[in-house]
Design a binder for this molecule. Sequence first.
Ligand code: SF4
Length: 379
Amino acid sequence: MRRFVSSQDCGYYHPMSASDPDPVLPRRVADLRRRLLAWYHSERRTMPWREKPSAYGTVVSEFMLQQTQVAAVIPYFERFLREFPGFPQLARASEERVLAAWSGLGYYRRARFLKKAAETILRDHAGKLPNNSESLRALPGFGEYTTAAVGSIALGLPLACVDGNVRRVVARLTRLRDPSVEQTREIADALLDRKSPGDWNQAMMELGATVCTPRAPRCLVCPVRIHCAAFTTGDAESFHAPKRAEKTKHVHEIAVAVMHNGKALVLQRAHGNSFGGMWELPRLDSREVDADELSPEHVLKTLTGLAARTPEEIGSARSVFTHHRINTKLFRVAAGRIARVRLTDRHTESAWIEISELASLGASRAQKRLFELIQSSIR
Ligand code: SF4
């Protein structure tokens, strides 16, 4: 790989080998840094974790922001900090309470890792974020990106972040069609402002999110366009162009609400999958069962050993994911008595819960929608 050297003093860096495709490197790095940081300080979006920064708030926000938009995260972040104001409170809370507070935000592994990280910080670091990259990297859920983001923003460590936004900005600044993560990391590290690494990383990501967007980058208002090699081509969008979206798969799912005296049967997912620890209605989909076998009777028999007598369809819901879409049909079945449930290894617990209390369970957004359908069906 081509190697770069950077100099904080002179603000220049130079290619050291000629074997790779040529990145066109900014010649005046100090000026680029000055312009981007000035823009960031005057134009950055308001976010609660930026307005009142703290090490704990930075960690929580970085976990929540993985694969989730800023606007969706803000209300969750504010509620989460009210309920668990610091590492000790989060470490001591039950996993069930943490999952309930995360409920609806998706990707629940993040919540479990965040809680485990808080436990490690309390146990091994006296409740304080460790102040070096090796110890940060050893915390549960801390990958390369999270270590760099938390290390630079909360602790001022000189670590360059590489996410999708940074990769695109770097590709365009240097006119590389599709740089690898390693190549991006090397260039991002050379560009990093070591005096303000946290602001610098946030500025690069903010530029990618709001100006140097995947489609139709707003080059004419870009603070660093005079340093941008892609800008001079007049076709900036084609550098690190968005990949053509994969064809969306359609999945059919059946969920069953077994009801008895104002209560519904819910099952708790076993740990070891993305919904581990969360509550849900018995459900199966067309990826697990042949379409002609998929019925409320089959779902109930398979997952609980119960018989579904005269199931009645009470609604449907749709969940959209990156590569697939799930259409769920919800059926209601009246149970004459609270029967013994025979669980498979997919679930660890079953419970009969008052309909009015379903909303407080730790459950995915899709399941919460089904709980609402149950509630509206009995009004
Ligand atoms: Fe991106 Fe255009 Fe700015 Fe270059 S000039 S960094 S392509 S927005």
